[in-house]
Design a protein around this ligand. Structure first.
Ligand code: HEC
Ligand code: HEC
Length: 297
């Protein structure tokens, strides 16, 4: 804070406190108001509500002085008077850091103990799972839902279907580094809405949603060349690229002809944000074990 503002704020505060002291002492010295009727001031509300001509009670007055004394004590002890830091040396950042350090010292050893465990064992350890559950509730439910069942565009984490893989490595990477799915748009390349619809029908036939008619059947070659690189020629997907299996009945964006056509024509790019910096390795592993356990129930 520049010196001018320091003095501006400090002087303003001190002058204001002095003014409060003066005002209260001054008004305490005033006797009853000088009005014709000694008992009543003469104001009247609602027909029968009148103001008596009495000074404020003493305890009321003392309360004012106590609050003023309190404010002076407070301004000496804590920051508040311009850039003066206060005698106690308290600061918001200091308190935050002390709390974070306390949390790290208290909980890090517990995280470390869990993280040292074998992943399989961790997925069955009730204490680790309870910890994972509370982390999930705080950080993941906004997107994946409080029951982890996801929504359109947000994968269901309770099923045994993994877009990016179900190994310890794959799940910790999904959580720690995030995922950036890239399904490029194919509308232009396929040329017409009709071809896109035929391709959608072919894709739907892979999972048995519909019989492929002749026009859809004819897309098989194009599927292999255009889509097979990511989804594999038989459509079973590739977790390394996050390309979903198109032969099962799990759909991230929906399975109707319209939705599948939109996916194909416009592409999709789901994003899972990285949480590694926030959690550190230990908590990421605990969370991964919890997420994996959901798919095993
Ligand atoms: C570059 C790799 C790549 C190619 C090539 C590709 N896809 Fe995809 N596809 C993906 C990825 C990655 C996703 C997941 C998108 C997401 O999660 O947001 C996806 C998603 C989809 C989905 C949505 C599945 C669901 O569960 O909702 C469909 C349908 C699909 N692709 C069809 C196709 C078709 C048809 C082609 C060829 C015309 C094709 N893809 C070509 C990578 C690819
Ligand atoms: C901002 C929304 C958002 C938040 C918050 C979020 N996720 Fe995700 N997550 C996604 C999306 C979207 C995907 C799918 C990305 C894609 O299309 O490939 C995903 C994918 C995943 C996957 C991969 C699933 C698979 O089938 O391979 C895992 C595991 C996961 N999230 C776990 C978590 C955990 C644990 C948290 C909490 C730390 C979390 N996510 C927080 C949006 C989110």
């Amino acid at each position: 804070m520049p010196a001018f503002w320091h003095w501006f704020v400090a002087a303003g505060t001190i002058v204001f406190i002095i003014w409060c002291i003066w005002l209260i002492s001054w008004s305490a010295k005033q006797g009853p108001q000088n009005v014709a009727d000694d008992d009543l001031v003469g104001h009247k509300w609602d027909g029968d509500l009148e103001e008596w001509n009495n000074p404020a009670p003493k305890w009321w007055l003392y309360l004012y002085f106590i609050t003023i004394a309190w404010s002076i004590g407070y301004l000496i002890a804590f920051p508040g008077l311009g850039s003066f830091q206060g005698m106690l040396g308290w600061s918001q950042e200091g308190q935050y850091e002390a709390e974070m350090q306390y949390a790290a010292e208290t909980y890090e050893p517990i995280y470390a103990e869990f993280a040292a465990m074998d992943f399989d064992a961790l997925t069955k350890n009730p204490d680790a799972l309870a910890l994972g559950k509370s982390l999930f509730a705080s950080y993941c439910t906004t997107c994946h839902g409080s029951d982890a069942r996801g929504a359109v565009g947000y994968p269901n984490l309770t099923d045994d279907n993994w877009q990016w893989g179900d190994t310890e490595q794959a799940i910790t990477t999904s959580i720690g580094q995030g995922r950036n799915a890239i399904m490029t748009p194919w509308g232009q390349i396929l040329g017409s809405d009709e071809t896109v619809t035929n391709m959608a029908n072919y894709v739907r036939s892979l999972s048995g949603l519909a019989e492929a008619d002749e026009a859809a059947q004819a897309m098989a070659t194009q599927f292999t060349t255009l889509c097979g690189a990511c989804h594999m020629p038989d459509g079973t997907g590739n977790p390394l690229l996050g390309a979903p299996n198109l032969t099962d009945d799990v759909w991230l964006y929906g399975s109707s002809v319209d939705v599948v056509s939109t996916t194909i024509a416009e592409g999709r790019s789901g994003q899972m944000p990285a949480h590694g910096d926030l959690f550190g390795d230990n908590r990421t592993k605990i969370l991964a074990a919890y997420v994996y356990s959901l798919s095993q129930e």
